[in-house]
Design a protein around this ligand. Sequence first.
Ligand SMILES: *Cc1c(COP(=O)(O)O)cnc(C)c1O
Length: 395
Amino acid sequence: MFPVLLPTFARTDIAFVRGEGAWLVAEDGRRYLDFGAGIGVAAFGHSHPALVAALTQQAGKLWHTSNLYRVPGQESLAAKLVAHSFADTVFFTNSGSEACECAFKMARRYHFVNGQPERFHIITFTGAFHGRTLGGIAAGGQEKYLEGFGPKVSGFDQVPAGDLDALKAAITDKTAALMIEPIQGEGGIRPLAPDYLRALRKLCDEKGMLLIFDEVQTGMGRTGKLFAHEWSGVEPDIMCVAKGIGGGFPLGACLATAEAAKGMTVGTHGTTYGGNPLAMAVGNAAMDLFLAPGFLDQVNKTANYLSQQLGALAAEHPNVIESVRGQGLMLGLKMKVPNGDFINAARTAGILVLPAGDNVVRLLPPLTLTEAEAREGMALLSKAASSFETKAAAQ
Ligand SMILES: *Cc1c(COP(=O)(O)O)cnc(C)c1O
C-alpha cells in the first residue's frame, strides 16, 4: 500500500511529544538535547513562555482575516524589522521558499518598471539552497532537486561561490540580480569572505544589479548579529528571512529598500495566509526577544564557547572530524566519517544534530542555549565521536 504520507522524507523513527527549552521528549519518555532546533527554527527553544502566551492569547481573539484588511500586527512587526535593518518595506510569507519567490519576482519587476524587461536573469552560486518551489530549485541549481521536474525555470544562472572572475564572466545585459546566502546552510555551512561580499556589492552598484541576500537560515540572530551580513558591513537591496523569525510558527519575510521594491504595486503579488494575526502575534513577541538588550551578546558568548570546544573535539578525534566552521550558533563539523553515521551516533548518545552538504554535520542549537546545556551537548558529542574510535579499534 502506498504510504498515507507522501514518502519524500527519510524520517528517523522517533516522534516527539513535548519540548522544553533545548530539550525534546520522545513518545517513550527519552529526552534529547536538540542541537537542530527544527532546522534552526526554534530560536528560543521549545515552549518559550513568551511565545506560548502570545500565541494562546491571540488564538482566543482572532486567527485570520486575510490581506484584504489591515493587520495591525504586520504593521508593528514590519516597523521593528525596518528599524533594525537596511530595509524600508516588508512582505510577510509563511515560509522561506515564499520569501525567496517574492525576492525573485521583485528583482525582475524592478527592471521591468525601469524599462528593461529583458533583465530577468538572477545569478546564484554553486551549493546554494533557495527552497523547493520551481523557482527555488532553479535558483539552487542542484541536479538532485531539479531532476524529473521538467524544464528548469529560465533566468537562473549559476557560478562557483568565491570566484569573482567566473562571476564577472557570467554577468550579461540580461542580469537582474545576484542572490547569495552569506553562509551557505544546506550546502554545508560554507561562509564567504567579507571581502567577497563587498566585491559583490560593488559589482551590483556598477552594473545596476540588485543584491539579494538569502538570510532564511543565517538571519534572526543565528550568527550572533541580527542578520549575518552585518558582519561584513555589506547591505543588500532585498533580503529573505524565515526559519527563526517565528520561533516555530510558520513565518517568513521578504525585506527590501524602497528603490528595489518600487515595482511591487497593488496587485503584483499576494498571499492568503502570509502575515496572519497568529503569525504576527508570535512574530512580534519573538522580535522583542531578539531585540532584548544583551540577547545577541549571550548568543556570541555561547557560540565562542561551543566553537572552541568543538575545535578541541576535532583535535581529539582527527579520524572522525576534519574541521569546524561557521559563525555564531550556525556551526558545521566537516566529517571524516559519513555525516549520517555521526548523526545516528549522536542521537544514540542523546543529542540531535543535522546533516548538510559536503559531508558536514550541522549544529543549529536554540539561541537561548545555556552554558550548562552547551557543556552537556559537548559531552554528548564527545561520546558520539568516541564511539567511532572504539569501532575502529574493534575492527
Ligand atoms: C530553509 C531555507 C529556505 C527554504 O525555506 P522553507 O521554509 O523550507 O521554504 C530557503 N533558503 C535558505 C537559505 C534556507 O535555509
